[in-house]
Write a protein that binds this ligand. Structure first.
Ligand SMILES: O=C(CO)[C@@H](O)[C@H](O)[C@H](O)[C@H](O)COP(=O)(O)O
Ligand SMILES: [Zn+2]
Length: 196
């Protein structure tokens, strides 16, 4: 096994995918940032969810909005639905794991809030249920997916924004997801602070 060759291939594949994704996703990422800023300045909040690595991404993004990214600005309203183990275990234990995010969206979501729904396959049942709950609450959805967008792609409304990474590998898709989230944080800061 030539590990160095393998590692170089991972870096090369990831870099090439990022350049391809930039060509396809720059415009919808900008649109998502503008929509999020509109939500935030009207006192809305952003709820974020996902499983596994995407749970970590949801938390990473909400922390950068609530605390800070790279510029000094006021704290922004964002909540990851992946972090409260008492809430997550009680919903999963008393009902089903499929409902762990949707029940929180129904409790916390208000019209004008937004849901950031992250899934590399687009097929995680609990993320799908969260999208349905967000629609019931008149919340727009920004969906971060990969592959074909899965069942999430079919569920989205015209007012939602779909950022689908053109790749099959979960790891490669996640690597573009985290870059996309940093682009969103940077764009939100630029729009809020009026950076030219
Ligand atoms: O981070 C990884 C793989 O790189 C895993 O933890 C991965 O996120 C989990 O298998 C998720 O359950 C996959 O869900 P999804 O992206 O298909 O919604
Ligand atoms: Zn991973």
């Amino acid at each position: 096994m030539d590990l160095i060759k393998r590692i170089n291939a991972h870096f090369s594949d990831s870099a090439q995918l990022k350049l391809k994704a930039a060509r396809e996703l720059a415009a919808p990422i900008a649109a998502a940032a503008e929509r999020m800023v509109q939500c935030l300045i009207k006192d809305g909040k952003i709820l974020a969810c996902g499983n596994g690595g995407s749970a970590a991404d949801a938390q990473h993004f909400s922390a950068e909005l609530l605390n800070r990214f790279e510029m000094e600005r006021p704290a922004l309203a964002a909540i990851a639905l992946t972090t409260d183990s008492s809430t997550l275990t009680s919903i999963a234990n008393d009902y089903t794991f499929v409902e762990v995010f949707s029940k929180q969206v129904r409790a916390l979501g208000r019209p004008g809030d937004m849901l950031l729904a992250i899934s590399t396959s687009g097929n995680s049942p609990n993320v799908i249920e969260a999208i349905k709950a967000a629609h019931e609450r008149d919340m727009d959805v920004v969906a971060l997916t990969g592959r074909s967008g899965g069942k999430m792609a079919e569920l989205l409304r015209p007012s939602d924004i779909h950022l689908c990474v053109p790749a099959q590998s979960t790891a490669r898709i996640q690597e573009v997801h985290i870059l996309t989230l940093h682009c969103l944080c940077d764009a939100i800061d630029c729009l809020l602070l009026g950076v030219e």
